[in-house]
Design a protein around this ligand. Structure first.
Ligand code: CUA
Length: 344
């Protein structure tokens, strides 16, 4: 348990480092205010348990350290002691032995009982009729996000409505993986849940405040694991419906970028642009690419310059990612980037 707490402290340090990285030039600066400030029910339950465990382990630490210091001070060697003579040896004390067996057992039972109760209350929660259902598929190294009930497919940025008290609209996530094990983690909303191949896991979130919540993949999944970033955008009431309605539309058609659309044909075996002949499913759906703040799973801000740099050579920006350099001419690359910019 103490180890868990230490892990939390270390992660907090790493997290600050990650924020610093995300504030690199070209990326919109978004700060995680405080990972110890939970803003959803599952995160809060887990936070409370962590504090409870911390309090118990702190008491144990204080008792053990005080006894140790007392013993060292009280029984230290004094001037005039006969160095050849051992101190009196004491063997066996039923009272003390029973105490130091029974008390830790009771502590362990309390910790297990409290933890099991919270785990069960989070895991067994039944989705209300108002719940938004989302299916999240982990890929090396990006997140596919589907809303089966709404007919929306997007990537890396999960949009959910705010879940105000009295008007709960939790998001229920079904988690799967297309390749290796990943882990979905948005600290202010809930604990980590793994995305495991050939298995369905689930979790839920009910964010109380609109805004942007940052997360990332929390299970090492290959060279670009650290660049498998996740954004959760929590919309104020009604705004989620507006976002969903915009996402449900097929891709915008702009005759001005017809050349780019033709050149995009080489991308179509991996990417879908709904309403066109591009129907690939290996990479992210690009139907509404420009509605996303970032590209490359949070690696770059979604700007014209970054988009062009990305299609020109994804391997330079995210080495090892599955998108190859397509060998297009400079003119074709510019036209593809211009076409992508119309996918609002
Ligand atoms: Cu996906 Cu680490």
């Amino acid at each position: 348990m103490l180890f868990r707490w230490a892990e939390g402290v270390a992660l907090q340090a790493l997290w600050r480092h990650a924020i610093w990285l995300q504030a690199a030039p070209g990326l919109p600066e978004h700060r995680v205010e405080n990972i110890f400030k939970p803003l959803a029910t599952p995160a809060e339950s887990e936070h409370n348990i962590a504090l409870f465990v911390l309090a118990i382990t702190a008491v144990i630490f204080l008792v053990v350290t005080s006894l140790l210091i007392y013993t060292i001070a009280r029984f230290r060697g004094k001037a005039g002691d006969d160095a050849r003579q051992e101190p009196p040896q004491v063997y066996g004390s039923n009272q003390i032995e029973i105490a130091w067996t029974v008390i830790p057992i009771l502590i362990v039972f309390v910790l297990v009982g409290v933890t099991a109760r919270v785990v069960a209350s989070v895991e067994d929660a039944k989705p209300p009729a108002s719940a938004v259902r989302v299916s999240v598929v982990g890929h090396q190294w990006w997140w596919e996000i589907r809303y089966p009930g709404l007919g929306i497919i997007t990537a890396n940025e999960l949009h959910v409505p705010v879940s105000a008290p009295g008007e709960a609209r939790p998001a229920y996530l079904q988690l799967e993986s297309a390749d290796v094990i990943h882990s979905f983690w948005v600290p202010q909303l809930g604990g980590k849940t793994d995305l495991i191949p050939n298995r369905e896991n689930s979790m839920w979130l009910d964010p109380r405040e609109p805004g942007l919540y940052l997360g990332n993949c929390a299970e090492y999944c290959g060279t670009q694991h650290a660049n498998m970033l996740l954004r959760v955008i929590v919309h104020p009431a009604n705004e989620f419906e507006e976002w969903a309605a915009a996402q449900q539309k097929t891709a915008a058609e702009d005759p001005a970028v017809a050349a780019g659309k033709r050149a995009f044909a080489v991308c179509a075996s991996c990417h879908t642009v709904r309403g066109t002949s591009a129907k690939g499913t290996a990479g992210p759906d690009l139907t509404h690419l420009m509605s996303r703040e970032t590209i490359g799973a949070g690696v770059l801000a979604n700007t014209s310059a970054n988009l062009l740099a990305w299609v020109s050579d994804p391997q330079r920006l995210k080495p090892g990612c599955l998108m190859p350099r397509m060998g297009l001419t400079g003119e074709q690359l510019s036209s593809v980037a211009a076409y992508l910019e119309t996918l609002k």
